[in-house]
Design a protein around this ligand. Structure first.
Ligand SMILES: [Zn+2]
Length: 132
């Protein structure tokens, strides 16, 4: 088979293309219906190659959080967090828009595409009212 499909571009590049267009996309396996992230060529659950891009709900929960110390002139301390999305996948990102030290495990967040110094990236923001 010599057919060149969009999949031939490599999933990392496809992911980056979506992100550049302001869309955070994950994959869903047509064979077992499970969601996949980070992007893969084969489903890690069933080894099928029927992965399609889907837009996640964006709803997530903080699984773990760390404050990384950084000099104020470099932008100050920042947050690194593992977020469990409602789709059952985990991603490493940061919770933006709040003091990094106040991000806590179990906090409800939603994903959004923000601008990083190396281009668009996925960040999370707290869902208002979720902190009790
Ligand atoms: Zn699968």
């Amino acid at each position: 088979m010599t057919e060149v499909s969009a999949a031939g571009q490599g999933v990392e590049r496809q992911y980056a293309t979506h992100l550049a267009q302001g869309r955070f996309m994950i994959q869903q396996c047509a064979a077992c219906a499970r969601h996949v992230f980070p992007p893969r060529e084969l489903c890690p659950h069933c080894d099928e190659d029927q992965l399609a891009w889907v837009a996640p709900s964006g709803q997530g929960t903080v699984y773990s959080t760390t404050t990384v110390a950084r000099k104020a002139e470099a932008g100050g301390d920042y947050n690194v967090a593992l977020i469990d999305l409602a789709e059952g996948v985990r991603l490493m990102t940061c919770v933006a828009g709040m003091d990094p030290a106040t991000v806590c495990i179990g906090m409800a967040v939603r994903t959004q595409v923000g601008e990083g110094k190396d281009g668009p990236r996925v960040v999370c923001v707290a869902i208002a009212g979720s902190q009790g």
